[in-house]
Structure formats: C-alpha cells, structure tokens
Design a protein around this ligand. Sequence first.
Ligand SMILES: *Cc1c(COP(=O)(O)O)cnc(C)c1O
Length: 237
Amino acid sequence: MSTRQQQLWANFSRVHSKIIGVATHNARLLPVSKLKPSTDIQILYDHGIREFGENYVQELTEKSKELPDDIKWHFIGGLQTNKCKDLAKIKNLYYIETIDSLKKIKKLNESRLKTFPNDKIHCLLQINTSSEEQKSGISYTDIDTILEIIEYCNDTSEPKTVTFDGLMTIGSLYESLADSDENKDFKRLVDLKNFIIEKYPNSNCKLSMGMSNDYETAIKMGSDQIRIGTDIFGSRN
Ligand SMILES: *Cc1c(COP(=O)(O)O)cnc(C)c1O
C-alpha cells in the first residue's frame, strides 16, 4: 500500500471507530472530498466506500465522469437555482443536502424529469440553526417554508423525482468548540425533526449533522450522518 492509501484508510477507520464507540444507532460516515483529487476518492472506493460528499457543481460533474458510476454522490454545497439543471444531469446523484427554497427544489424536479426521471434524488433541507448571518439555509424559525417544501414533496398529483428525507445543518464554530455534551444548534435540529415527525408520522426525517470538529456530540445527539472532510483527507488550505 502507498503512504496515501495507508493514511486515508487509517483516518477513515479512526473516525469510524469513534462513531461505533458513541453511537447507539446506525450512523453513516460520509467522507467529504471537496478540493481533493479523484485518486483519494478511488482509494476509499477500493476499500468499499461508495458514498461521498462534494460541494461544487463543476467539480462534482468532473469527478462523477472519471470515477466509477456506482458511487452515490451527495451534493452538500451551496445550491444556486441556475445550477440545478447541471446537478440534474449527474445520474448517480443520490442526495442533495442543501435545499433551501421551494423554487430550487421545483427547478430540480423539473430538470430531473428531463434527464433521469426514474432516478430519484433524496433531498435534505438545510436549516440555519445558529442564526449566523453568513450561514445559508432556512431559518429554524421559518416553519412555513419548511412545511411548504415537505408538502410539495409529498404531493403526488404531479410526477416527482425528488423526495423529502430529512434535515441538514452546519453547527456554529462557537457551539462546536464549547466544552459541552449538548450543542444548541444540533438541539434545534432535533427539535425540528420531532415537530415534523409529529405532524407527518409517516415521514422519513434523517438528520445530517456533525463535521470534523463536532461529530462525536452530533452522534450522541442522534445524528444519522456525519460529514467528514479534514479528519479523513487532511486540511484543504
Ligand atoms: C466542507 C464541509 C464539511 C466537512 O468539513 P470538515 O470540517 O472538513 O470535516 C461538511 N459539511 C459541509 C456542508 C461542508 O461544506
């Protein structure tokens, strides 16, 4: 094995063991490979990993062409309406975790109907739980927008290529560095999930929360998926 192979697998295994150590439920470890070369992704792929997170539409498009087509891609970057069309062209796009408006999910649905109408895209709503101005996402207090998008997904009167699968958040740095077992931003996401489940008991509502700085707390608080870049691939500079 090359040094890079050893390093990446050791990093992945270390994070994975920590998850196993604290989780009482199944949680997915999603490697976030933005700005890292396809060769890094291929190394983890060769170890059996099939899901990866990417942030930039152009970069994801290129990587999806050069890497095996059984990779299930997660788009976790800022979503722009005019990029929905390009995203819809990526056949094995599995999740979009950054839906923040009805307009964008409608655009995505429309575009996907023209490209791969039988391949559904799982959608998570990005929620701004920290109220930081620079963070994107729907404010956790904007219940109307959140319910409007869920109802759009649930409405089967027109063809749908998008499904509502849950919520995603990026916790504030302040909360992730606080020496506490409870992260207030994650708590807000958990509360929102409970509210949604109560309103739509049949709804699937997974939580994508936790990154390199705060994933152990996130798992303890019930996260279904953590998104790890730095702790697996190293810093991005
Ligand atoms: C970059 C990124 C990550 C990974 O962050 P690390 O701190 O490097 O683990 C996770 N989620 C999102 C939305 C990101 O943009």
